[in-house]
Design a protein around this ligand. Sequence first.
Ligand SMILES: Cc1cn([C@H]2C[C@H](O)[C@@H](COP(=O)(O)OP(=O)(O)OP(=O)(O)O)O2)c(=O)[nH]c1=O
Length: 633
Amino acid sequence: MVLSPVLGKLVSKRVVLASASPRRQEILTNVGLRFEVVPSWFKETLEKSSFAAPYEYAIETAKQKALEVANRMHVKHLRTPDIVIGADTIVTVDEQILEKPVDKQDAYRMLSRLSGKEHSVFTGVVIIHCSSKDNQLETEITDFYEETKVKFSDLSEELLWEYIHSGEPMDKAGGYGIQALGGMLVEYVHGDFLNVVGFPLNHFCKKLAELYYPPLKHTIQHTKHDSIPSVDTFESLSDGESESSSFKEHKGASKLDSPSGVICNSENSSGVRTGSVVPLENQNGVLDSAAKVPSKILDLMDGFKASKALFVASKLKMFDHLKKRSPLKAEDIANEVGTSVCGTERLLDACAALGLLEKTPQGYNNTDSANTYLASDGEYSLHGYIIHSNDHLWPLFTHLESAVKEGSRQNHRAFGKKTEDLFNDYYQSQEVKQRFMAAMHSIAHLTARDVATAFDLSEFKTACDLGGCTGALAHELIQIYPNMKVTVFDLPEVIANSSCFQPSEQYTAPVTFVSGDFFTDDLPEADLYILSRVLHDWPDEKIHVLLNRISTVCRPGSALLVAETVLDEQKTHPPRTVLQSLSMTEGKQRSGSEYKQLLEKYGFTNTQIKITGNLLDTVLCFKKSQSSWHAQK
Ligand SMILES: Cc1cn([C@H]2C[C@H](O)[C@@H](COP(=O)(O)OP(=O)(O)OP(=O)(O)O)O2)c(=O)[nH]c1=O
């Protein structure tokens, strides 16, 4: 995200493009945006004459398309996206709005009106920020439009019909596609070319920049406000929650039309910024001089301290104590946990500085996030995974230098044991086994909804989650698809310990647990097999055995759902997954095309990939009939 770092602000969000237009998908994919495509069902039938200007019609249509998708995802699929993007492109000539032609005659009518003339192409775009409050969908809508002027040459009847017979006009506004054969009809274009193709990318990036970083009032008159902000401005910001709160703060500021919150602090200090020694801020509040602070690099340098503070506070169950009773002073917590008062106070302050706790004169409180994700009994507790990160990943990563030099996992240095012995240990020590399962459960529970709903799986009557561990995904599946019967297949030691992770509610169709080794034992029959966070862990030889076995038991028409984080084709995104590879397992993370290729090798076809933008993406593929698979091999 070098050219338009503002798009990086969307990385941690569930972004949905409410459009079936392959051009829009391509434009946004090409700049590295990760999003889901959910075409809108809204019929483009608004009364054109009720709009004062054509662009108002395009914006309203775009808005209705996006709102329809946001509502449908919220109500029907129980998934509220963070951002829905909608667009509508129209062509106007002689004050008439032209949309997509309904048939060849209609295309002829449109193109002959455009022949030899200049016309306008308008794209209306809306960006809807969604949230869910008391199960109600709440939306904040931002819209804009872009106009591009296009002039056609005089078109002969012959050329016109030849073009129409090419089939190109039919799914395009005004009956032409400037990006392909239609380009030959065009004498000039004034304005954004991509706007004609269906998505005004430049204006979109500027709009996002305005939304996430509105210009400061005191500097705006000195700055030309027509460029996309510089790299540091956006990339230095962190992911996740803090991002959405920064969005709110800045949006609030823009509504009030005067700096407030974070921005206000920088303006207050502007009083001392008159001398030449103190660098001036640019329109985004970032220092402009050569002395500007490389905050991203500084954050990376300090990242390990923040991780360790989180790990230790979790290990000492400070978030659990604060969930039970708060506010608590440092001495109270130190007494409960058995730690020094001064050390505890420093750790609690660090957690408050990181936004995990709130500090008040009465003592410390958990934030909502700490209650949900950090307390060990939180609804989506990550406690298990945090402890695993502290006890297992941290020691491994302290030997990263050796790992890079030797190109291998450093279990021998970190734990004094070879990888195989360490693995066997997991199934001997009850405590380590429980800890590992708790870690897997944390992530599976947190990602279950995403994985279960990325595709409509209602056609499958039976599913088998191979390596399904505690059954977190299986339980989510039967909640969403009540007619589905789900089996969890995992090692006997895992199944024996899974009972303490079962949800308290009673389900009418319980999950079945079957023990076995998916490399050697018979796999249960199912219409849908699931491999969630399995493939990236194993070397190619093992994957060969596993996929071969699944392919053999899979009937034609049955499917395999793989849940993993799918890397981009360059394999540098998302960073969390790229960093995970540094633990040097024998397995590897893969890009979408690599998963597709791998699955095709084992007779799976029609591969569809859903990038959820969250922790796990999903790949769904179907078993080919035996004959066509063998014919291809
Ligand atoms: C003028 C012109 C339009 N187009 C396309 C862009 C849009 O996809 C289409 C206009 O129709 P739209 O209704 O804007 O979009 P769509 O139906 O393709 O997709 P959705 O409604 O699901 O968002 O015309 C070109 O591809 N090239 C061109 O030169």
